[in-house]
Design a protein around this ligand. Structure first.
Ligand code: CA
Length: 221
């Protein structure tokens, strides 16, 4: 999953980016809102973390621009502003949740999972299609034959990208977009390598190759 982090504080931004990367997210970090808006125009993101006190355009204005443009991307505000008025304006302006600084990284990650689940229409920290399921907390996969299959962080991210929309075909470049942030070097056969590793762990039938187009997991059965 690819996350856009809009945060001007270098220490907080760095800490969040590291926590996101440790949790297998691909994270792009921008330090002002206008760069954030430009990034959202050109790149698919699964979730936005938005600070409110930003140089240039304020976070609440950025939020308004995102929603006015019809972009429904899940969005979590992270800010030191604790006035009720700011909180209400953020939530009424289309934020999905609101987290006050300072916060624990474990709480941030839990809130992100909750927002992503709500947007995905599921109350459980679990993705699945009836053939394979993925526990978003333990990061283990289960098939009919085996449960508790440990995955590497990239394997987890790839299977998660496919299981968010069972039946949808994702091309190599779409998968690369979801797995690697800016500045991550992508080896030319990295996606094929991960698919191969996942098939060895889960069984070759779990991820289907659609010739010339990409890969998918079958629709819910
Ligand atoms: Ca700030």
């Amino acid at each position: 999953m690819r996350i856009l982090l809009v945060e001007d504080d270098p220490m907080i931004g760095d800490a969040i980016q590291r926590a996101l990367s440790d949790a297998s997210y691909a994270a792009d970090w921008v330090k002002n809102g206008l760069t954030g808006l430009a990034a959202l125009d050109t790149q698919h993101y699964d979730l936005v973390l938005l600070d409110l006190g930003l140089p240039g355009k304020d976070g609440l204005e950025i939020l308004t621009s995102i929603r006015a443009g019809g972009n429904p991307v899940p969005l979590l505000i992270i800010t030191a502003r604790d006035s009720l008025d700011d909180r209400l304006r953020g939530l009424d302006g289309g934020a999905d949740d609101y987290l006050l600084k300072p916060f624990d990284m474990a709480e941030l990650l839990a809130r992100m999972r909750a927002v992503l689940r709500r947007k995905g229409g599921s109350a459980l920290p679990l993705l699945g299609n009836g053939v394979v399921s993925l526990d978003l907390l333990s990061k283990e996969a289960s098939t009919e034959e085996h449960s508790g299959i440990a995955l590497s962080s990239r394997e987890f991210a790839l299977l998660q990208a496919l299981l968010i929309r069972p039946g949808a075909i994702l091309s190599r470049s779409e998968l690369e977009d979801r797995l690697y942030g800016w500045g991550n070097e992508v080896e030319s056969n990295a996606i094929e390598f991960l698919i191969h590793a996942l098939r060895r762990k889960l069984g070759s039938h779990v991820i289907k190759n659609v010739r010339g187009m990409g890969w998918m997991v079958s629709k819910n059965v």
